[in-house]
Design a protein around this ligand. Structure first.
Ligand SMILES: N[C@@H](CCC(=O)N[C@@H](CS)C(=O)NCC(=O)O)C(=O)O
Length: 144
């Protein structure tokens, strides 16, 4: 199993599946493609059909996208309990993870935006139903 990533210090997209796999106790080879180099795109495309890292190469599959890698890991390593076992909490966890995933795109891919839309410089950020990230605390931790 190989995890192809960018520099963990600069790419949280890369850091996240690395942390997930470590948490799961997975044994894997780490291939680091330095980002922002003249040959970065070419080197990433040797591994990734999307032209992006991270990519997990495992069991004949090429899994690209950090969230997809995490979903794979949750199924492959159930003992790691990446998702809550209780159904309601699990659905909420999927929802919140998806919202964080989308929010991170807004933060890192479009500077100045929290959710992909322009934000006022001095505003308090997004508010209201369906805007921004408002975690439901019941879904963050496994119920007692
Ligand atoms: N949604 C993707 C985002 C991946 C992404 O944007 N990766 C960046 C690194 S932070 C990348 O590969 N950029 C290509 C480049 O730097 O040439 C994921 O979760 O894996």
């Amino acid at each position: 199993m190989e995890l192809v990533i960018g520099d963990k210090a600069y790419s949280t997209w890369s850091l996240r599946p690395w942390l997930v796999l470590k948490h799961c106790g997975a044994v894997f080879d780490e291939i680091v493609v330095p980002l922002n180099q003249p040959d970065t795109d070419q080197r990433i495309r040797e591994h990734s059909p999307s032209g992006l890292v991270p990519v997990l190469k495992v069991e004949g599959e090429v899994i690209w996208d950090s969230m997809a890698i995490a979903v794979w890991a949750a199924e492959r390593y159930p003992q790691a309990r990446l998702w809550p076992s209780e159904a309601h909490a699990r659905f909420g966890g999927v929802r919140d993870a998806r919202r964080l995933h989308r929010l991170a795109h807004g933060l890192f891919d479009r500077p100045g935006s929290l959710d992909g839309r322009p934000q006022p410089r001095t505003g308090a950020g997004p508010s209201g139903p369906g805007q921004g990230f408002a975690p439901d605390r019941r879904t963050v931790a496994e119920p007692a």
